[in-house]
Write a protein that binds this ligand. Structure first.
Ligand code: FAD
Length: 425
């Protein structure tokens, strides 16, 4: 997409996180030599988000260890970072563009990557402004939560998704009284089968966390500006000096909408990370793309794997060496000593096969549709997870009728196929 006839103002990457940094790094690896600028709203070097609800919250990782790259790395690669500034206005006619930050800085570009991620979904209820109530999307949130946890006895988590459960496990490891309040009738309902939800409910309760399902929160109550509890529909108040709201995220679409890009629950991209406007790519949590395994429908993946792999695809497109997204989606969630690993996408499954021992907290669930393997959720079961991830990447199958027998290693029953392009990204 670069124009060789005039000096290029270069590439602007909006969003300085997992995807944004990866776009820049891959462009350099692919030989792009024009200027690259990454602009990011946060006033610190780009860092990984996943440890915020795990090692960082538990106090076993410090801020510096979370940084994606050192300052010297960016300098060495000629990647300019504009940090602590947010792009507000932007325009692009397909060949030349300009963005203006909230500090009034004007940034010119001829290629654009949107890696703006997602924001925590806000809870619109009375009392959310009380101190002690917060979200967990970035380092500032994590620092605040960590400080609040230091003095609190009781913690309520609104939302039984991955982040809420990870934070609940971390708080519980400090001996806090933890209550998870979930509106749905099961945990992590969007991502896993009911059997896995039920396992997590029981496992958290075994560790002393109270899990309350089907709970409708009506507001937060407090005194002297600080939260003291969470009010439920039936009038009950669950005592809490710290409340974490973890009810999902919403993709950031403001810039895409300004540019007139097609958006449908995310910035719509194709398998090359191209948006509806030539010269503009999008990647990571903000983008919605064709299902990389089935090609059917679109998915928006909130995972580090996708942020990295889609950013590589976006970078390749920008430098004029397009390569299709073909990675097998994978994801993990560490909740205390429970390591959940997911490979593939289970959407649309019509059969599951359980193997392993739920009581021993070591088991897997394989998902099938019309007899075809779609995905796996593995709890403390790395070999099963790796086998399925590899099988999906290679177009292999694992017969459902044989998978339940845990005495048989999964890898011995893989029916292999010719390796597809892009094995185990
Ligand atoms: C607490 C937590 C735990 C997680 N745990 C896991 C896990 O265990 N496994 C896993 O696979 N994934 C996990 N994730 C998800 C994973 O971190 C995300 O999928 C990934 O970070 C997405 O990267 P991204 O670059 O697309 O977006 P983000 O990381 O959201 O980055 C977008 C950046 O863009 C900036 N920005 C937005 N708009 C503008 C603007 N206009 N101008 C300038 N800057 C802007 C934002 O401030 C932000 O820094 C977790 C996420 C969180 C928050």
């Amino acid at each position: 997409m670069t124009d060789q006839r005039r000096p290029s103002p270069g590439t602007l990457i909006v969003g300085a996180s997992q995807s944004g940094v990866q776009v820049a790094v891959t462009m350099r690896e692919l030989g792009y030599s024009d200027p690259i600028t990454i602009v990011g709203a946060e006033n610190q070097l780009p860092y990984q988000l996943p440890p915020l609800s795990k090692a960082f919250l538990s106090g076993t990782a410090d801020e510096e260890s979370l940084e994606l790259r050192t300052a010297a790395f960016y300098a060495d690669k000629g990647i300019r970072l504009v940090l602590g500034e947010q792009v507000g206005e932007i325009r692009f006619d397909g060949t030349a563009g300009e963005a203006v930050t909230d500090a009034g800085r004007v940034l010119s570009f001829d290629l654009l990557a949107l890696t703006v991620g997602a924001a925590a979904r806000r809870l619109a209820l009375p009392g959310v402004e009380l101190s002690g109530v917060g979200y967990l999307r970035n380092m500032a949130d994590a620092r605040r939560l960590q400080a609040d946890l230091a003095t609190a006895e009781s913690v309520a988590v609104i939302g039984g998704g991955f982040i809420g459960l990870e934070a609940a496990a971390a708080a519980r490891s400090f001996g806090k009284n933890v209550t998870v309040l979930e509106t749905a009738d099961r945990l992590i309902a969007r991502a896993v089968a009911p059997e896995v939800s039920e396992f997590y409910r029981a496992a958290h309760e075994r560790r002393g966390t109270t899990v309350r399902l089907g709970m409708s929160v009506t507001g937060l109550v407090g005194s002297n500006g600080r939260v003291t509890g969470v009010a439920l529909e039936d009038g009950e108040v669950v005592a809490a000096e710290v409340v974490l709201i973890g009810i999902g995220v919403v993709p950031r679409l403001e810039i895409a909408e300004q540019l007139g890009l097609e958006c449908q629950g995310g910035i719509v991209v194709d398998e090359f990370a191209r948006t509806s406007l030539p010269g503009v790519v999008a990647a990571g949590d903000c983008a919605v793309m064709p299902n990389p395994l089935t090609g059917e429908g679109r998915v928006r993946l909130e995972s580090m794997q996708n942020a990295v792999d889609q950013a590589k695809v976006a970078a390749a497109t920008l430098v004029g060496q397009p390569a299709k997204y073909h990675a097998v989606p994978w994801f993990w969630s560490d909740q205390g000593n429970l390591k959940l690993q997911i490979a593939g996408l289970s959407t649309g499954y019509d059969q599951i096969v359980l193997r392993g021992d739920q009581q021993a907290e070591k088991f897997s669930v394989l998902y099938y549709r019309a007899g075809h393997l779609l995905a796996i959720d593995s709890v403390n079961g790395v070999p099963d997870y790796m086998t399925v991830r590899r099988a999906l990447a290679q177009g292999g199958q694992i017969p459902a009728g044989l998978a339940a027998d845990s005495s048989v290693p999964l890898k011995s029953i893989v029916v292999s196929a010719a390796p597809a392009a892009g094995v185990l990204a």
